[in-house]
Structure formats: C-alpha cells, structure tokens
Design a binder for this molecule. Sequence first.
Ligand SMILES: Cc1ncc(COP(=O)(O)O)c(C=O)c1O
Length: 397
Amino acid sequence: MTDFAATKAQFHLPDGIIYLDGNSLGPLPKAAAERARRVIEKEWGDLLIRAWNQAGWMDQPRRVGDRIAGLIGAPPGAVVMGDTLSIKMYQALASALEMRPGRRVILSDSGNFPSDLYMADGLIRSLGRAHVLKIVEPEAVEDAIDDSLAALMLTHVDYGTGLMHDMARLTAKAQARGALAIWDLAHSAGAVPVDLAGCGADFAAGCTYKYLNGGPGAPAFIYVRPDHFEEARPALSGWLGHEAPFAFDLDYRPARGVERMRVGTPSVVQMSILETALDIWDHVDMAGLRARSIELTELFIREVEARCPELSLSSPRDAKMRGSQVSFRFAQGYALMQALIARGVIGDFRAPDRMRFGFAPLYIDASDVRRAVETLAEILSERAWDRPEYLRRETVT
Ligand SMILES: Cc1ncc(COP(=O)(O)O)c(C=O)c1O
C-alpha cells in the first residue's frame, strides 16, 4: 500500500497553491536541488572529465532507463534515455518504416499530440518514398487498421481529453495485419499502469517532465521490444549509439541493444535530477496509484458538475477509458483558467476551449480537489474571469 501522505511530503509545493498541472510539468521533488548541487559541484566541479567514468555519467541513460522500464512494464535493458520525446518518436517511426519496406501507411488519430504528427510528416518528406500519414478520429482507429499499414502510431492517453486507448487490443490488431505498433506514453508513464511487454508493443517513447517529475527539459525515454533490437536500425545514427563509440571508427555500427537509440551527449544534470525524482517511485504500487487517481478524477467530475453547470465534460465519463487528467469545456476557458491560477489553483488550457486538470496522487489529495472546485465555483458565480488581464494570451497557455 502506498503512503500518499509520505509521497506528498517529498515535494516542494508552494504555500497556498493547489497544483493540478503535473500532467504538463511535475513539481519539484525536495531531494532534487541537493542532487543537482552535488552533480554540479562534486561531479562536474571536482571530478571534471573523470566523472563520465567515476560518477557513472556514461551509463546513466541505460541505468535510468531500467528504472523507467519498471514503471511501464518493460524488461530491464529495453529502455534508454535521451533527447526529447519528439525525437524519440521520430526514431521509433523511422525504424518501424524501415522494418516494413513494402508498406506506405502510418495510421494515427486526431487526438494525437501535434508534434508526433509533425515529426511523421517531416520523416515522410525526408524519406521521399510516398508514405502517407492517415489521421482518423480516435473512435475510428480500430476499424481503420488494415493490411496497408506499416505502423500504428498513437498517444496512449490523449493529451487534450484524457481518453485512453486500449493498448493491448490495438497493438494485437495492428500486428495481426502485419503492422508495427508505436505508443507515445507522455501522459501514461507514472499516471496509469502500462504493460508494454504484456501488450507486445513494438516501440514506445515518453517524456519524464510530467508525471515522473524530472523537471523542465528532462530527457525522454524510448522502448524497443527486445526481439527487434537487431532489426531496428537507428535513423539518427549518432556516435553514442555506436557499438564502440570510443573506437572512433569511420563506419557506423549500431550498438547491440536499445543503446543503439542513443544519439549524442546526454543532459547529465537534468538526468541526475530525474534519477533522484524516481526514488519516490520505489515505494509506490501502480495499482494503488491508479485506484487513487480514479477516486480523485471521479470526485472532481462529480463536484464540478454539481457546482459549475456552465462547464461541460470533455473527458470520457467512464474511468476505465480515462487517464489521470480531466478536461472541461468553457467558451471563455482561457480567462477562467487565468482567474483560477490567480487564486492559487493551477491547471492549464488547450485551444480552442479546453481547461485541463491533472491529478497526480503522489501529491494531490481529496481535500485539494474539493478546494479547487470551491474556488472554481466562486469565480464562476462572481464572473471574476471577465477581466481584460485574464483575456490576454501568454505564450504558454
Ligand atoms: C503526447 C505528447 N507527445 C509529444 C510531446 C512532445 O514532447 P517534447 O517536447 O519532449 O518533444 C508532448 C509534449 O508535451 C506530448 O504531450
């Protein structure tokens, strides 16, 4: 059983703030600052270049990857860290297309995060082999899987609505039709139980600055199913994905395992912060986390619908089909979110009219949810959102 009061105590949560945006940027783990100081002063400062060996910097992408593997149902040695999620999705898709040379279609859905679609588009242009990116509504994905597909590329939990796809079912159907299944776990890792090995997923990638609390700019991860290691050739063939980087061969030979997906020098300071943030997960059981997350999202939906009838739910009502976030629509959603933030309840906004709220049980409890809804209801009853300063759009919404 997870002690959620104990996990909450491990985060720096500013006084008076209820933080419902961990689905965008997780809060600061208290131990992170000390770890960053140690890496900067002791490792970089005192060890200098020796730290690559003596402080374990060179093995860190694989070591941290193994810890993430434990949270997403992957075996040790199948996950490696580095770069950003957009880049990892590009790598996964490039390898998948090369593994299905006779096929031209990539299937995705309209709920996918745009960056994944943009990366697919860029890859298609570079390949110049007439691949097609087919985008259907989330509900139509299953029926659109056919024998033309090279790859099914989906975000498991929709960033906008929180809709969660059935990974096992869609992976099985794609594979039965001869395609490969690639999953974006940005809103899944640390939010819902994921069983990559059990589902037989071919590739997966995710970021670590959301529910895993690695901080802004924390590195992404990529998973390659172990029986694809030999066949999955990296499109971004950087020196640290080489079998022997320090042989400095002029020819590229990919590393044997998932390390072939490494590209260049890792972001050591940021990855060290992530490594420390992952310590919190050592005492968390995923089934308990999921049960608590469902309790919190159900409570939020119930309270908002009872007290704020102006808002309409845009997330699935059935908890089984929802990740750990809830979105509500409101025509002036941006202004309302700004008013809410001004009163200490932080969520975010996604165009055109969606207010998003993330529920991370590691540091959010039922009393936070109740207070958040009270504040929302107050603002609506006072029309306090209707002020010019709340209508002015900032760069990051
Ligand atoms: C579902 C999803 N995919 C991809 C990305 C892009 O990630 P990155 O900025 O790390 O490349 C994001 C960013 O929030 C995301 O939410």
